[in-house]
Design a protein around this ligand. Structure first.
Ligand SMILES: NC(=O)c1ccc[n+]([C@@H]2O[C@H](COP(=O)([O-])OP(=O)(O)OC[C@H]3O[C@@H](n4cnc5c(N)ncnc54)[C@H](OP(=O)(O)O)[C@@H]3O)[C@@H](O)[C@H]2O)c1
Length: 310
């Protein structure tokens, strides 16, 4: 019997993923049937994205696992109809893209690039920026994306503080955890990068109280998820000057509504959820490796802890 693999993501992705997956599954020696439409009670694996159409997993009576194309699984983690293992996406291409985006936006703030790009007004003010070693950057979230970004910034000599739920030891990074760790991290952070998942425990990680811990004029970069920040508190902190600038890639409602104050705030940069994306060439390998593992009776990679929500 072939392994039945349902591709349930945006249809535009199918032409990219289909040939790659066929190749990798063939290389793995699997007898498979890969399609966008398979009777639910015959499906073994679902390659899943939240915009792919499957919401109710009840009819998938022989399902072995759901393999997410997205790193963030907040839209599926709490789905009570899903009773089989859920794997999230950890993809080298996605990680590399996020590292590049984070480093770029940190350097924009660090070097004060806007001053020279947008204010060519004839004023000659030769203030050189400090060195990276004199700048403290805090990364909230030290998972596959946060750790890679932290290491890339540390390689540029930034003083990097990382914060996570559990204690960590990463060479070159000042690793903190827990609520005391958050306070310590934020009180030193000139630039804060949010790479936490969206879970009940991380909602409003940056709120009126925690924003007030930051040094005045600190800058915020959020490529994580919109609910990590209390938007009203951030707008208030931007208006008071407590926060100097924010670069926001993700929002509670996406697309960000046209009348949202972020669009017109002079100290906010909005980017349309483009910090990084899953790259088919590398992601298809990750998905197929998990299918191979499932068929070989080996443990799946990148399993989501449904209780923690990430
Ligand atoms: N904007 C974009 O284009 C884009 C693209 C991809 C992903 N993302 C977002 O990036 C997020 C992070 O991805 P990832 O692959 O790095 O996730 P991950 O590997 O699951 O890492 C999550 C990190 O957050 C920490 N964390 C979770 N809950 C916490 C809490 N309550 N307090 C403190 N730390 C907590 C975890 O701590 P432990 O290490 O102790 O478990 C871990 O270090 C995704 O969930 C997604 O929302 C955005």
């Amino acid at each position: 019997m072939p392994v039945n693999i349902l591709f349930s993501a945006r249809p535009e992705l199918w032409p990219e993923y289909e040939p790659l997956m066929r190749q990798y599954l063939t290389d793995a020696g699997l007898d498979f049937h890969l399609a966008k439409d398979i009777p639910a009670d015959q499906v073994d694996y679902i390659v899943y994205a939240p915009n792919g159409g499957v919401q109710d997993f009840t009819p998938f009576s022989q399902l072995k696992a759901v393999l997410s194309l997205w790193a963030g699984v907040e839209k599926i983690s709490g789905n009570e109809t899903l009773t089989v293992p859920l794997a999230r996406m950890v993809d080298g291409g996605l990680t590399q893209g996020m590292t590049e985006w984070v480093v770029g936006h940190v350097l924009r703030y660090h070097l004060g690039m806007d001053r020279h790009i947008t204010q060519q007004d004839g004023t000659w003010t030769p203030d050189a920026p400090p060195l990276a070693s004199q700048r403290t950057v805090c990364i909230l979230g030290l998972g596959s994306l946060g750790e890679a970004a932290a290491l890339a910034l540390a390689a540029l000599n930034f003083h990097v503080i990382g914060w996570s739920r559990t204690a960590k030891n990463i060479v070159g990074i000042n690793c903190l955890h827990g609520q005391d760790g958050l306070r310590e991290a934020l009180s030193q952070a000139e630039i804060v990068v949010l790479l936490l998942p969206d879970t009940p425990a991380t909602e409003n990680t940056l709120n009126a109280d925690t924003l007030a811990l930051l040094p005045k004029g600190a800058q915020i970069i959020n490529p994580g998820r919109g609910p990590l920040i209390d938007d009203d508190a951030l707008l208030h902190a931007l208006n008071s000057g407590q926060i100097g600038h924010a670069t926001l890639d993700v929002f509670r409602i996406e697309p960000l509504p046209v009348n949202h104050p972020y669009w017109v705030h002079p100290n906010v940069t909005v980017t349309p959820h483009i910090a990084s994306e899953t790259r088919p060439f590398t992601a298809a390998q990750v998905i197929c490796e998990n299918i191979r593992r499932g068929e070989a009776g080996e443990p799946f990679l990148h399993l989501v802890d449904r209780d923690l929500g990430y």
